[in-house]
Design a protein around this ligand. Structure first.
Ligand code: ADP
Ligand code: AMP
Length: 215
């Protein structure tokens, strides 16, 4: 079992990159944000607990996140390979992942730090639209669907996430700077950090990440 981690602020392009990498590698995409949104939609206890934090742009408590990841990856075989998107998001989560992986004889291969100037993040988030049925991600200007409001892949309705409103976005950026950005140094220390300029074209970004994965 092994994994790569996609690290970056909200709107850095983690989910979009994961969609491309999924078609070109055998890494299984695990987005904790997607898992929480599915849990909220289904009204599970985890979803109900997470909702208040997500609505405010705060992080869901570490123990809830780590338990959810542990339950998820224990379903797979020892040969599974993961692409974590939006996890870990705190030093505590990173330590929890290290412990979990040590107990399963699993390894983190690379941590890709998607860096984008902060002024680019807000317009990416306010213009993001997501398919209600398959979760595909669009942008009203940078990645518009063929028909406005309709998913190219399955015709599902595109919606704007509640937490992509400007007030919550500002808090999420603050939370990223305070709680998540320390992970850059954390993974630098273990020589796993790979910096990626994520401000350009999605295909070019995916190409540079694939070069590292396949080298
Ligand atoms: P994250 O998962 O890091 O929060 P997303 O992948 O959802 O970010 O991307 C946020 C928004 O920015 C989406 O609307 C997406 O279409 C758009 N986007 C992602 N990557 C790029 C890029 N390289 N150039 C322009 N827009 C992008
Ligand atoms: P995302 O889809 O990655 O933008 O995540 C949406 C929201 O889900 C975040 O703002 C957090 O409230 C919550 N969330 C997702 N992943 C995590 C995580 N690893 N730790 C804590 N909260 C998370």
């Amino acid at each position: 079992m092994d994994a790569i981690i996609l690290l970056g602020g909200p709107g850095a392009g983690k989910g979009t990159l994961a969609e491309t990498l999924k078609t070109k590698t055998d890494f299984i995409h695990i987005s904790t944000g997607d898992m929480f949104r599915a849990a909220m939609k289904a009204g599970t206890p985890v979803g109900l607990e997470a909702k208040a934090f997500i609505d405010r742009g705060e992080l869901v408590p570490d123990e809830v996140v780590i338990r959810m990841i542990e339950e998820r990856i224990k379903q797979d075989s020892q040969s599974a390979r993961y692409m974590f998107d939006g996890f870990p998001r705190t030093i505590e989560q990173a330590k929890g992942l290290n412990e979990l992986f040590a107990s399963m004889d699993a390894a983190i291969l690379h941590v890709f730090n998607l860096s984008v100037p902060s002024e680019v993040l807000i317009p990416r988030l306010t213009g993001r639209r997501t398919c209600r049925s398959c979760g595909a991600v669009y942008h009203i200007m940078y990645r518009p669907p063929k028909e406005e409001g309709v998913c190219d892949l399955d015709g599902g309705e595109l919606y704007q996430r509640d937490d992509d409103c400007e007030k919550t976005i500002l808090n999420r950026l603050e939370v990223y700077n305070r709680q998540t950005s320390p992970l850059i140094d954390f993974y630098k220390q273990s020589d796993l950090l790979r910096d990626v300029d994520a401000s350009g074209d999605v295909r070019a970004i995916a190409g540079s990440v694939l070069n590292v994965i396949q080298s």
